[in-house]
Design a binder for this molecule. Sequence first.
Ligand code: ADP
Ligand code: MG
Length: 389
Amino acid sequence: MVLLAPGSAAELAERARAGLRDTFGSEAAVVGRAPGRVNLIGEHTDYNGGLVLPVALPHATYAAAAPRSDGVVRLASAQEPDPFTGIVDHLGPGEARGWSAYAGGVLWALREAGHDLPGLDLYVDSSVPLGAGLSSSAAIECAVAMAAVGILGLDLDDPLRAGLVAACIRAETEVADAPTGGMDQTVAIHGQAGTALLIDFGVGTHEPVALALRDRTILVTDTRVKHALTDGGYGARRADCEKAAAALGVRTLRDATLEAVEALTDDVVRRRARHIVTEIARVRPAVDALGAADWPALGELFAASHASMRDDFEISTPELDLAVSTAVASGADAARMTGGGFGGSIVAVLPTAAVDDVVRAIDHAFSAAGYRSPGHLLVEPSAGASLVG
Ligand code: ADP
Ligand code: MG
C-alpha cells in the first residue's frame, strides 16, 4: 500500500528554504504555499460556463523566494531536474518553457497586471503528485503567486485574490499552453478548510459548501498513468464543446438543454455535449447529498458521472475504470474518475472504517491486472493558498 502523505507545512517550507540555499546560495525572504485539489464532481464543465465542486487537498506546493536587485530570475524545483535562468521582463509566452512556464508565467502575468516584481531566486518543493489530475500545476502557480505577494508586501484582500487567480490562469493557458478552464486556480486560492468550493463559471461566483462527512472519508487513488493536458486530448474535447455550442446557437453549453443536445446530428459532438449538460445538472444534487450525508444518492451521482466521462466524453482509461469499480465493490459509497482524464486519479467517498479494505482491494486488482501499483491520498478538506511563517 502506497499512502502519499501531505507532509507538514513547517517541514515542507523548511525543505523549500534549504533547496533555495543549496541551489542558489540565497536566504528565503518568504515562502508561499498553495494546495492541489480534487474535484468531487463537475468535470470539464468550467470552460463550458458550468458548475464544479473541488476540495483543496492537504497536499501542497511550497515556493521559497528571495528578491534580487539585478532583474535576474532563477527558478529550481525538487520535482524537476532542470533549473531555469531568465530575466524578469522576459518570462512571457515562448520565453519560459517546460515546467518553468508554470512558475515564470505567473511572474510575467503579475507584471502584466501592474505589479512591479523584482528579479528573484525561487525554489519549489511539493507533496502534490505531478500529472495525477490533482492540479500540481495550479499548486505551483499559486504558491509562486503567494511568494510574490510576500515579496511585494501586498495585503491579501478579495480584489488581490481575484487578481492572483487571473494571473495564474494566464500563466497556465498562455505561457504553459494548457487550455484548462480556471477551476484549479480558483480553489487553490479560495479553498477553505473543512469545505468544498462550489464554483459557478456562468456567473463567476464561488461559495464554500459544508460536507457532512462525519464517519466518511474522501479517498483519492492515483493510477500513476500520467496524463498530459498539453498533448491534444483536452484541447480536442474543448473544441468539440465549442462546436456543440455554436451548432446550438448558445454562448456556452451552460445554456443548452438536453433536448436540444439530443437533436445534434454529429454523434461525437452530441455525446460530448450530453456529458457537459448532464454533468452540470449533477453538481447541485451532489452538494445536497454531501450536505445531508445521503450516501446512496451520492453513489448514484458519481456512478452516472463516471459512466458519462467513460462513454460520452471518452476521457477514462482501463486503470481508472478498474479503480472505480473495485472501490465500489469493496465498500465505497461513491467513486468516479476525477480531473482532466486520460489517466490520473479517482475520487471515492467511503466509510472511514472501510478505507483499509478498499485500498487493499484496489491494490490487489491492479496487481492482478498487471498495472503499476497506485498511490493513495486521504483527503482532509484543506485551506487555500497562504504565506508560511
Ligand atoms: P496536474 O496539474 O494534474 O498535476 P498538469 O499537466 O496540469 O498536471 O501539470 C503538471 C506539470 O506542472 C508538470 O509536468 C510540471 O511541468 C509542472 N509542475 C507542477 N508541480 C511542479 C513542481 N513542484 N515543480 C516543478 N514543476 C511542477
Ligand atoms: Mg493541471
